[in-house]
Design a binder for this molecule. Structure first.
Ligand SMILES: C[S@@+](CC[C@H](N)C(=O)[O-])C[C@H]1O[C@@H](n2cnc3c(N)ncnc32)[C@H](O)[C@@H]1O
Length: 254
C-alpha cells in the first residue's frame, strides 16, 4: 500500500477511501473514547489526507496529524490548514510539547513491520504523551484475518467518488516472514461504461498482530491496557486498543 501515498496517487487514495471508510463514524468512535477519558487534545499518527481530521477540527478538538508521506501531508494541509499537519515518522518523532492523547487509525499499525519498529513507536509515543495520556490504535487481528486468507484470497472493491468509479482487485496471502505478515497485491483501475484503465499496481507486505502481542508490547513500554474493543470495519478484522501512559518501570527496554 505504499505507492498510493505519494506521486499524485494520494488523490486516488483520498477518493477511494472516502467510499471505503465512513470517517464520520470513525470520528464518533474515537471522539467518544477521548471524551470518556477527558482528552481534548489529539495527535493522529498516519493522518493520511485528513479525512478523519476534518471532523476533529470541526468539532473543536485541538487536533494535529503526523504522516510519513510529504504528499499526504500536503493534500491534507490543502484540504484543511497547514497548521494542523506535520511530516514525520511515528517510529521517531518529537513534538514541541506533550499531547493529551494519540490515535493511530485506519490500520496504520500494519506498517510497524518489525518488533523494533513497534518498540520505537511506543517509545516515541510515550515520550510525547503527557502523564496519564491516552493511546488508541487499531490493528488487523491476525487470529481471524490470517486464517481467512490462508491459501490466498482474491478481493474486489469498487468506489465511486465525484462521478468517477474506481475499482481495486486485491490478492492477499500469508507470508513466511519473521512476524505475522501477508502480501497484498493490488491493482487499481478507473472504470467507465466501456473501459477499465489500469492506474497503478501496488505490491506490499503488511503486518497483522495478535492481541497477546500488543498486550506484551504495551506492558514492556509502560502502558496500561484499559480497553480492547472488537471493531467491525471494512476489509479487515480489527481490534482497537486503549492504553494509558504509566510511570516508567523499566527504562532499559528499547
Ligand atoms: C492506511 S493509511 C491511513 C490514513 C488515515 N488514517 C485514514 O484512515 O485515511 C496509512 C497512512 O500511514 C502513513 N504512514 C505509514 N508509515 C508511517 C510512519 N512510519 N509514520 C507516519 N505515518 C506513516 C502513510 O503515509 C498513510 O498516510
Amino acid at each position: 500500500m505504499q505507492s498510493l501515498y505519494t506521486n499524485g496517487l494520494e488523490h486516488l487514495y483520498d477518493a477511494m477511501y472516502q467510499t471505503f471508510i465512513n470517517y464520520e463514524e470513525e470520528y464518533l468512535f474515537y471522539s467518544t473514547l477521548l471524551n470518556k477519558y477527558k482528552k481534548n487534545q489529539v495527535l493522529e499518527m498516519g493522518s493520511g489526507t485528513g479525512n478523519l481530521a476534518k471532523y476533529f477540527v470541526a468539532n473543536g478538538f485541538d487536533y494535529h496529524g503526523l504522516d510519513y508521506s510529504a504528499d499526504m501531508v500536503a493534500l491534507a494541509s490543502q484540504k484543511l490548514s497547514k497548521k494542523h499537519f506535520i511530516q514525520g515518522d511515528m517510529r521517531d518523532f518529537k513534538l514541541n510539547q506533550t499531547t493529551q492523547s494519540i490515535i493511530i487509525t485506519g490500520r496504520t499499525s500494519s506498517y510497524l513491520l518489525s518488533n523494533k519498529n513497534v518498540h520505537n513507536a511506543l517509545h516515541a509515543i510515550y515520550n510525547n504523551l503527557e502523564n496519564q495520556g491516552i493511546l488508541c490504535f487499531d490493528f488487523i487481528d491476525a487470529n481471524r484475518f490470517i486464517k481467512s486468507i490462508k491459501g490466498g484470497v482474491n478481493m474486489e472493491h469498487a468506489a465511486t467518488y465525484k462521478q468517477k468509479t474506481y475499482y481495486r482487485e486485491s490478492f492477499l496471502t500469508p507470508t513466511t516472514s519473521n512476524n505475522i505478515m501477508f502480501n497484498w497485491n493490488a491493482k487499481y483501475y478507473e472504470v467507465t461504461e466501456d473501459s477499465k484503465k489500469l492506474i497503478t499496481q501496488d505490491d506490499s507486505e503488511v503486518r497483522a498482530f495478535t492481541k497477546n502481542e500488543w498486550e506484551l508490547f504495551l506492558y514492556l513500554n509502560d502502558f496500561e491496557l484499559i480497553e480492547c474493543i472488537d471493531k467491525p470495519s471494512y476489509m479487515f478484522d480489527t481490534y482497537v486498543m486503549v492504553a494509558r501512559k504509566m510511570a516508567q518501570k523499566n527504562p532499559n527496554v528499547v
